[in-house]
Design a binder for this molecule. Structure first.
Ligand SMILES: NC(=O)c1ccc[n+]([C@@H]2O[C@H](COP(=O)([O-])OP(=O)(O)OC[C@H]3O[C@@H](n4cnc5c(N)ncnc54)[C@H](OP(=O)(O)O)[C@@H]3O)[C@@H](O)[C@H]2O)c1
Length: 258
């Protein structure tokens, strides 16, 4: 029997690439996002693999529980959970609508936490396969410093990093792999959604293929934190060494529209 990987945010960008990688590695797939048409197209691309599409909006309170119920109704079990769905918003904190920032926290933080809680029981109960079982949570290099003009987004990713590192330690030695992927700027629809296309964030991006591949390989190796790309790794290291006030100034400069 093949293990199943549930991937949120599989309709585009990094999640779409994760779907291809997990399919190639022999996993069955459950693909989740709001865009049913894009998920169906991806299912067609993955012909020959067992793929279940669940169109679902994770921005509503309780949405993770509803998704868990849908998976149970389909009598599917999940051996790998990839919490990849997420988005950012660029602008002064008080000028961005509160409702949009609440939805961001709902997707980036609450749904990720709740899905982890719901599916961990399945993952624990699953037998050990020759391919890993566990969780990948997608954070960001934004997790390493405060992010003026994207304050809630950076804070949400700091939560994802801290939460996932803690879980990695809790589950060490259990055969469950827990990995945090911290991409730097990646060439996806993220910047369009965040209204950050005119910022310095987009000056240097990695491809979503390379980012997902680094995340997948890091997961297979059981890595706690994966920062894709040498430049991002150097920046992350430099950020750790500098005072947080300086890191915040730099992020402010980068997040500002040109
Ligand atoms: N691109 C970057 O520079 C970058 C850097 C660091 C970290 N990240 C993180 O990487 C992850 C993937 O982002 P990406 O770069 O691949 O951006 P993307 O191309 O915009 O993909 C985001 C995915 O999340 C899904 N999503 C958004 N809101 C959702 C909701 N309410 N319910 C369910 N699914 C939802 C989207 O699908 P639908 O619209 O179809 O729902 C889409 O599949 C995110 O967590 C992001 O924060 C991105």
């Amino acid at each position: 029997m093949r293990p199943t990987a549930l991937i949120t945010g599989a309709s585009g960008g990094i999640g779409y690439e994760f779907a291809h990688l997990f399919a190639k590695a022999g996993y069955n797939l459950i693909l989740v996002a709001r865009s049913e048409d894009k998920l169906e197209k991806l299912r067609q691309e993955l012909e020959g693999h067992t793929v279940t599409v669940i169109p679902h909006d994770l921005s509503e309170p309780g949405a993770a529980g509803v998704l868990f119920e849908k998976v149970q109704e389909l009598e599917l079990t999940v051996e790998v959970l990839v919490n990849n769905a997420g988005f950012g918003l660029n602008g002064p904190f008080d000028e961005l609508p509160l409702i949009d920032q609440q939805k961001m926290l709902q997707v980036n933080v609450n749904a990720l936490t709740e899905l982890t809680h719901y599916f961990l029981e399945d993952i624990k109960a699953a037998p050990l396969y020759d391919i890993p079982k566990g969780i990948i949570n997608v954070a960001s290099t934004a997790a390493f410093q405060p992010g003026p003009l994207m304050a809630v987004y950076y804070a949400s990713k700091a939560y994802v990093l801290s939460f996932t590192e803690a879980l990695h330690e809790e589950l060490r030695g259990t055969g469950i792999t827990v990995s945090t992927l911290c991409p730097g700027a990646t060439d996806t629809d993220f910047f369009k959604t965040a209204k950050a296309e005119n910022t310095k964030l987009v000056d240097r991006t990695m491809s979503p293929q390379d980012v997902a591949k680094a995340g997948f390989l890091g997961f297979v190796k059981g890595k706690r934190v994966v920062v894709p790309g040498g430049a991002n790794q150097s920046l992350a290291y430099a950020t750790k060494l500098m005072p947080r006030s300086v890191a915040a100034r730099i992020a402010h400069y980068v997040d500002k529209a040109d």
